[in-house]
Design a protein around this ligand. Structure first.
Ligand SMILES: [Zn+2]
Length: 266
């Protein structure tokens, strides 16, 4: 499109001009020429002398000051891998840091959106607000999230398999974390016990002894036995040949299905 091509050219010019302005401002700052013209600082010169808004003047000044210590950022700005607003954010937060650290942080900011750069300097994530109520048979957790936090969770959920709901995702993460501490054994026995408990209470197992149910689960390695499904969530003992059609309770007629596939089987 013609207008797009024209804009591309203009943007390129804009970047080049910005870069030229920064170079000249740098000279101005080094020689303090603005003092001769009765401006008391580079900022003052940018606002009163050149007519920049205060916000833009602040950006320009931040770039000049940072580029003095970390000269390579000028080139990054020219190439577009660092934006003026990103550099300004960095300037605000890195002001008193040693040059080496400035350089390191600026490097890590390359090609990030200004939103991402702002996030880099945010205080640690606000703590989650959780309200916990304990009942005899369960614990109710009410979790208050910011939209941002919720979005992060949704992202992970989307990356994980479609089988994950929030509960299974949470338990997965907890188990993974436990495993990283080498508490695999404990985890396995505990989570299996809870699955055994769940199974023993499920509708289907009413006629199946707990011992038999657990045996079926162990044989199935605590996974859904539906072909292709490996779910470890909401497992139930299923009669391969349904009881209502004359199926029996023998071990050979029992298998493990996740709730989804049990329902699917009908
Ligand atoms: Zn399944």
């Amino acid at each position: 499109m013609k207008i797009h091509r024209e804009l591309l050219v203009l943007c390129k010019q804009e970047k080049r001009i910005t870069s030229e302005i920064l170079t000249k401002l740098q000279q101005m700052e080094d020689r303090r020429d603005y003092l001769d013209m009765a401006y008391n600082s580079l900022f003052d010169y940018l606002v009163r002398g050149l007519g920049y808004s205060e916000a833009t003047a602040y950006q320009r000044q931040a770039c000049v000051r940072l580029a003095k210590e970390v000269p390579e950022i000028k080139q990054k700005i020219d190439q577009g891998s660092l934006t003026l607003s990103a550099v300004t954010t960095a300037f605000k937060h890195l002001r008193k840091k040693p040059v080496a650290e400035k350089r390191k942080v600026l490097k890590s900011m390359e090609n990030k959106s200004s939103r991402e750069v702002k996030a880099m300097f945010l205080e640690p994530t606000p703590t989650l607000k959780i309200k916990k109520t304990e009942y005899v048979d369960k614990v109710l957790l009410r979790l208050e999230l910011s939209h941002e936090q919720n979005k992060t969770i949704e992202q992970l959920k989307a990356l994980k398999s479609h089988r994950h709901n929030l509960e299974s995702l949470l338990m997965d993460l907890v188990e993974k974390e436990l495993r990283s501490y080498g508490i695999d054994q404990l985890k396995a026995s505990e989570s299996n016990r809870s699955k055994e408990f769940a199974v023993s209470r499920s509708k289907n197992s009413r006629q199946i002894s707990r011992r038999l149910g657990n045996d079926v689960l162990r044989t199935a390695n605590y996974k859904c036995q539906y072909p292709g499904c490996e779910s470890r969530q909401f497992l139930q003992i299923d009669h391969i040949f349904p009881v209502r059609l004359g199926g029996d309770q023998r071990r050979s007629n029992l298998q493990v299905l996740c709730a989804l596939h049990n329902r699917h089987k009908g």
